[in-house]
Design a protein around this ligand. Structure first.
Ligand code: PLP
Length: 389
């Protein structure tokens, strides 16, 4: 049976060029970059080069502003806990109601520690409430940290991160963005978007799992989160994962080239064809975030009166990989916090499905999904006790 992989917001395949770039660091160049001898030294040079490539990918002024780590969850935790740790007393964290648990989790911990956490809501299309945000900035004069995602993992809705950062900076806040779902899909340039901190994850952009990046703008006050050795200029202890760092840099290089050659327009065209086709062939379906600005690869669609989980299982039997939203929420029967925050009607909340494409997705794969999904939806509807007659 063929596999049609449309779950790229959960994880992506490792690009062959990335695997190739990493291989020598498993077989020959396995030294420790902190070693004094030349064998380790040559590996240190590769880490330095990779740091420069990642800095270039996001427009960072200096390679030293790039901190390699283990995953986006670590980057988000480091940003939130690391900044709050510099405050002398309680401060305010302003975030959104639709963040990934990698941000909402540390926010919960910070609230338990006595800090004030404010979650800004979204409208029915998943758009960030800028007015409420401005009011929150104005109402809280003490130390502040803003943590708002660049693009949402479930709906693909893009937040006005430049404006969010400008307002946050003007109000004296430290500003963090989780750019995991924006990287490789949109140009990211920290010269234009004045965030202090930015999180990336390798495995969402065709590098392996187990490598992430936290961009730390020069002068940002924060404490380490993984405390240990002097690595990463004392910001993140632990021997550097050299093969994965090299792979991350290669993935950034490839993503930059793909953005330049217009592959995102091709992905958007496929996503739009999938969206239009499903809306036309599956009655009582609605696209979540349809009127908002979205990343080109993501379609979140609700099939009313049925359970998203059942649709996913039946699609999986046909070799089609999609998801019901965040993979981290899989296994819980709670509907997605993102879809709920958007006020999606009860009849549609449970039937939301996310299809997420990549530059490896083909038109033939979209045809296959368009052919089979309506049958699956019709089959589930026939069994549903909720369909009005
Ligand atoms: N932030 C966002 C927006 C994500 O989509 C994800 C993963 O789905 C994460 C953070 C966490 O990434 P990881 O599981 O690689 O730490």
């Amino acid at each position: 049976m063929r596999t049609v992989y449309l779950d790229n917001n959960a994880t992506t395949c490792v690009a062959p060029e990335v695997t190739e770039a990493m291989m020598p660091y498993f077989t020959e160049l396995w030294g420790n970059p902190s070693s004094m001898h030349a064998f380790g030294g040559q590996v240190a040079a590769s880490v330095t080069k990779a740091r420069g490539t990642v800095a270039d990918f996001i427009g960072a002024e200096r390679p030293e502003e790039i901190v390699f780590n283990g995953c986006a969850t670590e980057g988000d935790n480091h940003a939130l806990m690391g900044v709050a740790a510099t405050w002398n007393g309680p401060g305010t964290i302003i975030t959104s109601r639709v963040e990934h648990p990698a941000v909402l989790g540390p926010c919960l911990r910070l609230r338990e520690m006595g800090h004030n956490v404010i979650e800004i809501g979204v409208d029915g299309e998943g758009r960030f409430d800028l007015e409420a945000y401005e009011a929150a900035l104005a109402a809280n004069p003490g130390p502040k940290l803003v943590s708002v995602m660049w693009a949402n993992n479930e709906t693909g809705v893009i937040f006005p991160i430049r404006r969010i950062a400008e307002l946050g900076k003007a109000a004296g806040a430290t500003v963090h963005t989780d750019a995991v779902q924006a990287a490789g899909k949109l140009p990211i340039d920290v010269r234009e978007v004045p965030v202090d901190l930015l999180t990336l994850a390798g495995h969402k952009m065709h590098a392996p799992k187990g490598i992430g990046v936290l961009y730390v703008r020069r002068g940002t006050r924060m404490r380490p989160f993984v405390i240990g050795g002097h690595q990463e200029r004392g910001r993140r202890g632990g021997t550097e994962n050299v093969p994965y760092i090299v792979g991350m840099a290669k993935a950034c290089e490839l993503a930059k080239a793909a953005l330049a050659d217009g592959s995102e327009a091709r992905i958007a065209a496929m996503r739009d064809r999938l969206e239009a086709g499903l809306l036309a062939t599956c009655p009582d379906s609605r696209v979540n975030g349809a009127r908002a600005c979205r990343v080109p690869n993501t379609l979140n669609i609700s099939f009313e009166y049925i359970e998203g989980e059942s649709v996913i299982y039946l699609l999986s039997d046909l070799g089609i990989c999609a998801s019901t939203g965040s993979a981290c929420a899989a296994g819980s029967l709670e509907p997605s916090h993102v879809i709920r925050a958007m006020g999606v009607p009860f009849t549609a909340v449970h039937g939301s499905i996310r299809f997420s494409l990549s530059r490896y997705t083909t038109d033939a794969e979209i045809d296959y999904v368009l052919k089979h999904t309506p049958e699956v939806v019709a089959k589930m509807r026939a069994l549903s006790p909720f369909v009005p007659h």
